[in-house]
Design a protein around this ligand. Structure first.
Ligand code: ADP
Ligand code: ZN
Length: 436
């Protein structure tokens, strides 16, 4: 396949040149925030660091970290680094883990964000001949506006569907011949499931690629979506605090996401000690945005857990790659002292032949944690006898016990009885938090 890039010079830049570019931009950014944001001035003064001390990327670890709580305390204008009149846009987090954070953008900030999304679309084979159906939510959520902007830049015919109204999504997909679809992986699976129910086969649609992100998803889920829709499914990552989707994106290799490191410098740290870990180590992802001007973040702790790698990629891009985040550190459940990520459970379910429709319920009874997993049966399996269902529940519970080391209670439930999500899926109900 002929390689196409959106900004070739950057995407294939030699490592030394990239580091030089990052260093220049970092020096400027540090001066910018020190001068214009009291929060940074105070934090840096407390640490005894002056902007002149930051000469390049190698000095990054002299800077203080910023956390989501800092952003919440600075709400709404405390982190603003330009006059409000220079801002043209706000977006906000989905509020998955608490009070929302509001991010500001200048016109240039919007531009660079959309270029990052355009890189992602071109990397999956997108051109001005494509019909790109964007069914991430539009509005304050960054998914819709980000991919919409990228799709415009590439010159695709853009269908600004937003999420929801699955009937209409399918009608437009079929009538207008969408070739690229962008949404959360859970919504992609739902659209695929609905198409199948309506009697469509994967080859009946014109889709060739999907760009899915905004929530954790497993390799098993990728295969499931690819089979349902008859496409290649690619990952995209981002967060409102650093702009939105497009901070990193997958190429044809489908082995992790290239980070747009000319805009966002990634680091991996030990979440407990804050120590920077070497390439290849698993830890918490930290980003420094070196080009955004309205709402720049230095060393922002994402709480997402992943691994960085500079291994050569067959697509020719030299941008560093990050693995799919396996979940946020605050999504991690500690059940009877064992660390459990929902993605581990998803892997087992899909390997055992179930659809990715499940909910994890954790509670505490008589001072012991309980783990219940509700998993939907397919309509074919639903006709099985009680005896068969009970046997299947035990088999699944055993497979999960092998993965996690703790015993869950599995409940196979009727098809369609677990609520579908049009945005980010709600996988965990932790009732222990209600008792606290
Ligand atoms: P919120 O933090 O309220 O959900 P955002 O909508 O900004 O707000 O979500 C950003 C978060 O979504 C990331 O920090 C990450 O946890 C998750 N995320 C985004 N893309 C992916 C992806 N491709 N894989 C796993 N998690 C993702
Ligand atoms: Zn690549």
């Amino acid at each position: 396949m002929e390689q196409r890039y959106w900004q070739k010079e950057i995407e294939t830049m030699a490592y030394e040149d990239m580091r030089k570019l990052q260093s220049e931009r970092l020096r400027e950014q540090v001066k910018h925030v020190y001068t214009h944001v009291e929060f940074y001035r105070k934090r840096m003064d407390e640490k005894g660091v002056k902007p002149e001390d930051i000469k390049g990327v190698e000095d990054l670890n002299k800077l203080p970290f910023v956390t989501k709580d800092d952003l919440r305390e600075c709400y709404p204008y405390g982190m603003l680094a330009v006059p409000l009149k220079d801002c043209v846009r706000i977006q906000s987090t989905s509020g998955t883990t608490g009070k929302r954070v509001v991010a500001f953008y200048t016109q240039d900030d919007v531009e660079l964000w959309e270029n990052c999304c355009a890189r992602a679309i071109v990397a999956v084979g997108g051109t001005d001949e494509d019909v790109c159906q964007v069914c991430y939510g539009y509005g304050l959520f960054t998914g819709g506006p980000g991919l919409n902007g990228g799709s415009h830049k590439v010159g695709c015919l853009t269908l600004p569907m937003s999420s929801g109204n699955t009937e209409r999504q399918i009608q437009f997909m079929m009538d207008l011949g969408s070739t690229i679809i962008c949404c959360t992986p859970s919504y992609a699976a739902y659209i695929g499931e609905t198409l199948k129910e309506k009697g469509y086969k994967p080859e009946d649609n014109k889709l060739k690629a999907g760009i899915f992100g905004a929530e954790p998803w497993t390799e098993e889920m990728r295969r499931e979506i690819e089979a349902l829709l008859g496409i290649k499914a690619y990952d995209i990552y981002g967060l409102t605090e650093t702009s939105g989707p497009g901070v990193s994106f997958e190429c044809q290799e489908q082995t992790g996401m290239h980070v747009n490191e000319d805009h966002f410098i990634p680091e991996i740290i030990d979440p407990d000690t804050g120590e920077v870990l070497p390439e290849g180590a698993k830890g918490e992802l930290v980003f420094t945005s070196i080009t955004k001007k309205a709402f720049p973040l230095l060393r922002y702790r994402t709480r997402d857990i992943c691994v960085l790698s500079r291994k050569k990629c067959s697509c020719g891009r030299t941008l560093i790659k990050m693995t799919k985040p396996m979940g946020r550190s605050d999504d991690m459940l500690i059940i009877r002292g064992v660390n459990v990520f929902p993605s581990q459970i998803e892997t087992v379910l899909l390997n055992e032949g179930y659809a990715p429709n499940y909910q994890i319920v954790v509670d505490r009874v008589n001072n012991t944690d309980t783990l219940d997993i509700n998993v939907e049966l397919s309509s074919e399996a639903f006709s099985d006898t009680v005896k068969e269902v009970t046997a299947a529940e035990h088999k699944l519970a055993d497979a999960i016990k092998t993965m996690l080391g703790i015993n869950p209670k599995v409940h196979l439930v009727a098809p369609k009885s677990i609520a579908r999500s049009e945005g980010k899926a709600v996988r965990i109900i932790d009732k222990r938090k209600l008792h606290d």
